[in-house]
Design a protein around this ligand. Sequence first.
Ligand code: GLC
Length: 436
Amino acid sequence: MNQNIIDRNRRTKWYTDARFGMFIHWGIYSIPARGEWVRSVERIKKEDYDGFINEFYAKNYNPKEWAKLAKKAGMKYAVLTAKHHDGFCLYDSKVSDFNSMNAPCKRDLVKEFLEAFRAEGIKVGLYFSIIDWRHEDFPHYGDLHHPMRDNEEYKDRKHNFNRYLEFMHAQVKELVTSYGKLDLMWFDFSYADMRCEKWKAKELMEMVRTYQPDIICDNRLEGSAEYAGTIRSLNPSSYAGDFASPEQMIPPEGIRDEAGNPIPWEACITLNNNWAYHAHDKHFKSAKLVIRMLVECVSKNGNLILNVGPNAAGEIPKESVEILEEVGEWMKYNEKSITGCGLSEFPKPEWGRFTQRGKFLYAHVMEEQVGAICLNNMAGKIKKLRLLKDNSEILLTNYWNLKEYSEHAFFFFDSKASDCYPLPDEIDTVVEIELK
Ligand code: GLC
């Protein structure tokens, strides 16, 4: 087997067990509050955007609260935007003044984040944009995304991309050398010919792994959500990444390499319709949908990293907090069916989904059924059934109308009843099936 694949499998063990993470998009773009792409979308000039740094007080930033919330929701890792495409650093960068130490908050927000989440036993990661719209040596005119991409004033401007690469590599070096052990690095992103060696990705990864040998990285030094890169091949490059990063969707059949072997992947999904704080986007997903998304990812052998976008004061929107707390209520009783679980050996059932960890199969029942719940082709394979929530016994049934279906196993939640509605938990009732 290719050494990069062997290393990937070893490094990602904790990660494929973790299954559920928190993504945090936070920066000075939380002040205009129209999403982290606001500078690009609205073609805002550097001098008109830079001023937001003077309004970044982060006065209610308390990452311990964030960490408690993540923990309560059952999240096992968290990733904060150390720097997004706008170039603003949430940490004490020595190679850029455009950082939080020079904002009125005067705090190293990354450092505080890492300490708070580690204290809760949550694995920590940093998002780092390899694109930088503020750096003078990053392509402006004619670039695909730069805020000045079609501004003629920039047409004849010279830039020295090598100087940009030195700067970008220096920033990554700061992150991997100044803050102790990092569990994950989330690079974002490649496009057109801006990929792979254009970023000097081999050298960059070598440097990262010199200081953080066990860190895991996403696949965006090569790709994006549009193209996964060589991580799907049997011969991935040294910077192909440890997991694929589908965005705002859950892959229909999970993600496999070209020989059909499952590879680690993580769906990154927002709670409303924006990554960064958006003052008027109230299109929040329900806790029910979030739980079902999470179960769907795990049932397809993937992770879910769910995003929150704190406001400029550092507060996670109240709606997001409420959703995560509700998810936490469900996770409190059902986490065993998520953490350490993955794809099941049994096909997807009609009433919901399966997740599995070794001999333990978890039936996630999401649809009311007429009569008994059917476990297709599982007669004789089951040792016992328990309602996961309270570990109460569930009996297999031989009800009179099931006689002709003896290859299947059936159960009612309540052996004294002969129907399965309403469901004990209408979001997702989990039955733990111990297999023989
Ligand atoms: C992207 C976007 C972005 C977001 C990220 C999260 O490709 O550029 O703003 O941070 O995906 O997955």
